[in-house]
Design a protein around this ligand. Structure first.
Ligand code: FAD
Length: 375
């Protein structure tokens, strides 16, 4: 679209998570008049780490926010999968880490630092906390949102970045989160509690293939005097309550065959501080956009965390959406182009993530997506 037309676009983004904050950044950078509406009164990310993949790092460089990200991350070279006792199954360099001379290392980050780094880069006034979208009307060539505080706004483009339980998605889909009969128990701990396992900046997955129980050991060495570790235990579990409450004793019993250093870490965790969540995703969604409304991030394609691609896909979506608005002739064409570019690769990630890990898949490659996805 012409620069002048983009300047006149009024865009509303519902949800101020990774997808929404990145949309706020990317869309304001192309000149649109954008506001991000977040229901929470302030940022409320859980204590856990994620790995920002090379494609996300490349996007942050393009958006000019890499320095802010760099300050709160450590660069990582590889991902290692081990068995429960710590014997190596696979070790592989992160795909697409180098582009010619330039390296785009995967970067380990704490979730709170990530959202803070993104929102700190938003122009003044773009992010509005305390706005919950309650009713959404698709008018064909615009969309109207009624917020719980009584305010109402009409936008040329409405971006649904409101997560797995998206209100925006209900315009055309009655899909609900699909519980996957697994739990994730997550905590961020001081490096001194790491039983000597915090040795570098690389992600390690300890996998008991026979039971599907696993521990993701994600280093955050840039945090605190001793560095920190994001420790994530993921196990199959029949309890599908959204926030389960499983005891340390039950978890220790499930992990009894793991390396004794990992067991010691679990014994030392402050169990009250462990974030417990049932694993859920979405079935692939047919429709991602109308002529005025579009979904990004988990709202479009929530996936399980086994490939560590949910947040990464969310930020890439928002970068691609901004590119499509520049590239296409009209809003409707831009939203259709975005869906055409993103739906297939992201649904492949959703599919692979559902497969989780087993002895065969882990033995083949740490990155089952890398031959199929070109970013
Ligand atoms: C256990 C676990 C581990 C994970 N590990 C990784 C990993 O290692 N790497 C990775 O890339 N991804 C990982 N993910 C996935 C990642 O957390 C999600 O994909 C990511 O948070 C999606 O971002 P989002 O912005 O689309 O949605 P969300 O983070 O869910 O943000 C949506 C926002 O919208 C707001 N909102 C909702 N409804 C409304 C409304 N009606 N009005 C206004 N605001 C609203 C919410 O308050 C929220 O702030 C993991 C997920 C889990 C559960």
């Amino acid at each position: 679209m012409k620069t002048e037309d983009i300047k006149n676009l009024k865009i509303g983004v519902i949800g101020g998570g990774y997808a929404g904050a990145t949309a706020g950044l990317a869309l304001s950078q192309i000149g649109a008049n954008v506001k991000v509406y977040e229901q929470a009164p302030a940022s409320g990310e859980v204590g856990a780490g994620i790995g920002l993949r090379p494609a996300s790092v490349k996007l942050f460089k393009k958006l000019g926010i890499f320095e802010a990200i760099e300050k709160v991350t450590s660069p990582s070279d590889f991902f290692e999968i081990l068995d429960a006792k710590g014997n190596r199954i696979t070790l592989e360099e992160w795909p697409h880490l180098s582009e010619g001379e330039e390296k785009h290392n995967t970067r380990m980050i704490h979730r709170r630092d990530f959202i803070d780094a993104l929102t700190s880069q938003l122009p003044e006034g773009v992010l509005q906390y305390g706005y919950r979208a309650e009713e959404i009307i698709d008018n064909g060539d615009s969309a109207t949102v009624k917020f719980s505080n009584g305010e109402e706004e009409t936008f040329d483009i409405l971006v649904g970045a409101d997560g797995i339980k998206s209100k925006v998605r209900t315009l055309w889909s009655d899909s609900q989160p699909v519980m996957q009969h697994a739990h994730a128990y997550r905590a961020v701990i001081d490096g001194s509690m790491g039983e000597g396992l915090l040795v570098d900046d690389n992600l390690r997955l300890y996998l008991e293939a026979e039971t599907g129980r696993m521990i993701y050991f994600l280093p955050l060495r840039h945090r605190g005097e001793n560095g920190q570790i994001s420790f994530d235990i993921t196990v199959p579990h029949e309890d599908t309550s959204w926030n389960p409450n499983v005891s340390r004793e039950e978890v220790l019993e499930m992990l009894k065959n793991f390396d004794e250093r990992l067991i010691k870490i679990v014994e030392k965790l402050d169990w009250e501080q462990v974030n417990q969540r049932a694993a859920a995703d979405l079935d692939p969604q047919d429709k991602w956009n109308s002529d005025a409304v579009v979904l990004v991030g988990d709202a479009a394609h929530a996936m399980l965390h086994h490939q560590g691609q949910g947040a990464n896909s969310a930020v890439i979506d928002s970068g691609v959406l901004a590119d499509c608005i520049v590239e296409a002739g009209t809003v409707a064409e831009a939203l259709a182009l975005y869906t055409a570019k993103r739906k297939e690769p992201v649904q492949e990630l959703q599919r692979i993530s559902r497969e989780s890990w087993n002895a065969e898949s882990a033995g083949k490659t740490a990155f089952p997506e890398k031959e199929k996805i070109d970013y």
